[in-house]
Ligand binder design. Structure first.
Ligand SMILES: [Zn+2]
Length: 387
């Protein structure tokens, strides 16, 4: 279940082999001892090690994730490549037989096409949550997991936010994020910048809704247009850039990424949507633009110095990265967590009702038993346990 690298690895820029987990038979130069790998979703802390995996090992993932890994992630800096792997797509609620085990994909709320997995040998049953939350408009999927996989023997569950258990903090819903963005666009007569991950489909949809409600134009880059294409391919309800009347594409972008997109034939796919910086300069207050530092500098040089800057990503990047410093007087943070708050996790555990929880993805594994009042099996990294 998942082969990730620490999120900090994106900043550290060390060789990928630095992050190998000690699992003999997992890697390309070894005799495979692993029968299959299942990936839960499109975050590097869940798939980052894939390029090193032995291509003989079958890897299962959603179509959305497969498309993102083949078409989108190679555009980013670095040389990410999984085209040599033996990847199989697994549909929501589809079951795959791996030896004596049946593994079933269970969609959850967290990221586009994110999946939990249910594993059984016909006797005992394990549920692996991957990352999970209950506050976007996909929340029904996570609650459905509790119903579909009720009473498992073991619940391998993430506890990213357990350190906040004492605060009883409730995270904003994606609907309230959409409303907050709409309010900024409606109540201000200024250009709006927005920083977000182009793979955050929920947020892209929220911005589109905010634009439709306010008449603003959302300016994206060819890379984001390509992620829309992947999402449109997977979820027919998501339009592509050509179908969105409130979207335009600005073609000034990182040259390396542009070259890769020219090479793979996607750069000019939506050229009918092209907008120039001169056009934006005429009426900046009509636009919300995905942040592009070169365009921002040019507009500031051309006297567009009064603007809103919606910061819509993890708060930690604000303090770690200095890119945002020069916009600090304009910043409006509008975001919500990709992970469940503690009260939602407690309700989930109550509903799914496991015999035992195995904590993962947490700095608070020893708090699980107290927080969830369920027997907890605490394992250390690399510790083996027969269930
Ligand atoms: Zn995640």
């Amino acid at each position: 279940m998942d082969v990730g690298t620490p999120l900090s690895s994106m900043e550290e820029k060390l060789d990928l082999s630095h992050y190998k987990i000690p699992c003999p038979g997992l890697y390309a130069d070894e005799t495979p001892t692993v029968d299959a790998i299942f990936i839960s979703h499109n975050h590097p802390d869940h798939f980052g090690l894939l390029p090193l995996i032995n291509p003989k090992i079958p890897v299962y993932m959603s179509k959305t994730l497969h498309d993102l890994l083949i078409k989108i992630n190679p555009l980013l800096p670095g040389d990410f490549n999984v085209s040599h792997l033996n990847i199989h797509e697994i549909a929501p609620d589809e079951s795959i037989q791996i030896g004596d085990l049946t593994v079933t994909a269970r969609p959850v709320d967290h990221a586009p096409a994110a999946s939990a997995y249910e594993i059984t040998d016909g006797n005992k049953r394990i549920v692996y949550t991957g990352d999970i939350r209950f506050h976007s408009n996909q929340r029904y999927k996570s609650w459905a997991l509790a119903d579909k996989a009720k009473n498992p023997d073991y619940l391998i569950m993430e506890g990213t936010r357990l350190s906040r258990a004492e605060t009883h903090e409730k995270y904003p819903t994606e609907e309230s994020v959409c409303q907050a963005i709409t309010d900024v666009l409606r109540n201000s007569n200024k250009l709006a910048w927005i920083s977000l991950s182009s793979q955050n489909l929920d947020r892209l949809v929220s911005i589109i809704k905010a634009c439709r409600a306010t008449g603003r134009i959302f300016v994206i880059d060819p890379y984001t247009a390509s992620t829309f294409d992947v999402f449109h391919d997977s979820f027919k309800t998501v339009p592509n850039a050509d179908m969105l009347s409130c979207v335009r594409i600005y073609y000034g972008m990182n040259q390396n990424m542009a070259n890769k997109m020219i090479d793979d034939g996607t750069f000019y796919l939506h050229v009918a949507k092209k907008i120039t910086k001169e056009k934006i300069l005429k009426t900046p207050e009509k636009f919300i633009i995905r942040y592009n530092w070169a365009l921002a500098d040019w507009l500031i040089e051309n006297s567009v110095t009064d603007y809103d800057f919606i910061y819509s990503m993890w708060h930690g990047y604000l303090t770690r990265q200095h890119t945002w410093d020069k916009h600090k007087d304009h910043l409006i943070e509008i975001h919500t967590s990709g992970h469940a708050d503690v009260s939602d996790l407690q309700e989930f555990v109550k509903r799914i009702n496991p015999y035992q929880i195995i904590p993962i993805h947490t700095e608070c594994k020893n708090d699980f038993e107290k927080v969830f009042v369920v027997s907890t099996l605490v394992l250390n990294d690399n510790e083996k346990k027969e269930l």
